[in-house]
Design a protein around this ligand. Structure first.
Ligand SMILES: [Zn+2]
Length: 488
């Protein structure tokens, strides 16, 4: 069953469930109307998992994965729902984010793993995410939000119920999966993060410190607000609140709580940092894909988002967007037929052409409303210009999207991008390598600024490396301290 039919299933049977399912919440102990059974939660997790992986890709690191599994399992055991089939994954995204999907699926990005400074911070965030699952926050949030998020990341961006609403949603969807929880849910998850991480032996005050890192990341200009906290309460407040919760917990349950800084740093030594240029990158108004060896322009002032399954870009006014994906089919004709069928397209114009020596097929079409769906306002209905380009044993589909009203005004932009799709031959772009985190021991006492400069970091990256290390430029660092350095 794909996510789209899921969507319908849920909206269809919800009223019935409303009557039938009223159960006790495992965390609060209160009886509440639950729209999802455990089986349904697990089904949602199973259903959305392939989309999460298709969108972000898995980051392979056996040692880190083993560590995450071990801590995740230990935490599941002490949680309010020890019997869920928990699964833990590291996704290949540089963005600092962690998220959970109902049914026990927990995801950490390599970006957040690079930013933790000890095992206790890791455990606190793990507890927070497991808390969203055990307290059934997704089930208690608006179903439509959850399901549309899943549909959005499902690569189903051309699904009428998503794009049909507006392109603005698509533009916002350029971010990662973010299940929007209420402030109350976030606070509840913070409580659970403190409780669960303490129960497996970690000092939960460190979890509070990680909100300091998030705050600095969001304050840094030019840096996108980490999704992890974009809808969350102010990280400054959470810093204070979590510290207090941790102190209270430890006062009630005296024990020795671990931080394990050096162990954690050794674990992430060598982790990829920032974008992986091998999977494509934007530079000077172009998108380059070294692995697939092609390039095309990105219209000026457009925002873009790359993922293993597609590259999306959208105008800031939200009125037009473009998506590059792989087309299905072995010939241009077959690819065009598949596309028309899958997206229920009403073709207005089509024809063959050649783009920089590559055979291509152009389609201008409108999306037909799905059966049983009301006819859309023709002005807001979606028009799509598609260029299918055969290149290096693959067929790429480059879609330009706008409403009927805005399509003509944007057509030349779409055309300009598509007609400048060409092979990438520049060795500088082809051989671009990702940066990595390298853990080094400081050669002498000094301020953070002094010692990272000694270790080879340029002055304009001291703040960035400071955020990574949870340290300020003027903080004193004794000789022999392990620090994260960025290296190519
Ligand atoms: Zn949260």
């Amino acid at each position: 069953m794909n996510t789209r039919s899921y969507f319908r299933l849920f909206t269809g049977i919800a009223p019935l469930l409303l009557v039938l399912a009223c159960a006790r919440n495992p965390v609060t102990g209160k009886r509440e109307i639950n729209l999802m059974s455990t089986e349904q939660e697990v089904a949602i997790g199973k259903e959305s998992h392939p989309s999460v992986i298709a969108t972000m890709g898995l980051y392979e690191d056996k040692r880190l994965q083993a560590f995450m599994n071990e801590k995740g399992k230990a935490m599941a055991k002490v949680s309010h729902r020890p019997d869920l089939p928990y699964q833990f994954y590291i996704v290949d995204s540089p963005i600092v984010n962690a998220f959970a999907v109902p049914g026990g699926y927990v995801y950490f990005t390599r970006g957040i793993l690079a930013h933790f400074n000890n095992e206790a911070e890791f455990a606190g965030v793990l507890g927070h995410e497991i808390g969203h699952i055990t307290a059934k926050h997704a089930a208690r949030s608006q179903k439509s939000q959850l399901l549309s998020s899943i549909a959005l990341i499902g690569g189903a961006v051309l699904a009428p119920e998503v794009v049909g609403q507006n392109i603005e949603a698509l533009q916002q969807g350029l971010g990662l999966l973010s299940l929007k929880y209420s402030r109350d849910h976030e606070s509840e998850s913070d409580n659970l993060g403190v409780e669960y991480s303490s129960k497996i032996g970690y000092d939960a005050r460190e979890m509070g410190d990680f909100f300091g890192t998030l705050k600095r990341l969001s304050d840094q200009s030019g840096q996108a607000v980490p999704q992890f906290m974009s809808t969350h309460p102010d990280p400054g407040n959470r810093f204070t609140r979590v510290h207090q919760l941790a102190k209270d917990y430890q006062a009630k349950n005296p024990a020795s709580y671990e931080v394990n800084r050096d162990q954690y740093l050794r674990l992430i030594d060598g982790i990829m940092y920032g974008e992986d240029p091998r999977q494509g990158f934007v530079e000077n108004g172009y998108f380059y894909h070294p692995e697939l060896r092609f390039q095309f322009p990105v219209p000026s002032r457009w925002q873009s988002q790359n993922s293993p399954s597609q590259f999306q870009m959208a105008a800031k006014d939200g009125k037009s967007a473009m998506i590059l994906t792989l087309a299905k089919g072995t010939s241009l004709d077959e690819a065009a037929q598949n596309l028309v069928k899958e997206l229920s397209l009403n073709v207005l114009e089509n024809g063959k052409t050649t783009i920089n020596g590559n055979p291509a097929y152009v389609l201008i079409s409108r999306q037909q409303p799905e059966q049983g769906q009301p006819q859309q306002d023709p002005r807001t209905a979606l028009q799509i210009g598609t260029w299918l380009i055969q290149y290096n044993n693959a067929i790429y589909a480059l879609h330009g999207l706008a409403t009927n009203a805005d399509f003509q005004a944007n057509f030349n932009t779409f055309k300009q991008v598509a007609e400048n799709f060409r092979s990438l031959n520049d060795p500088d772009k082809l051989n671009r390598k990702a940066e990595r985190i390298v853990v080094r021991s400081t050669p002498r006492d000094g301020s953070f600024r002094e010692v990272v400069t000694l270790l080879g970091m340029p002055a304009n990256r001291v703040e960035e490396v400071g955020i990574l290390n949870g340290l300020k430029a003027d903080d004193r660092v004794p000789r022999g301290t392990l620090l994260k350095i960025i290296n190519r």
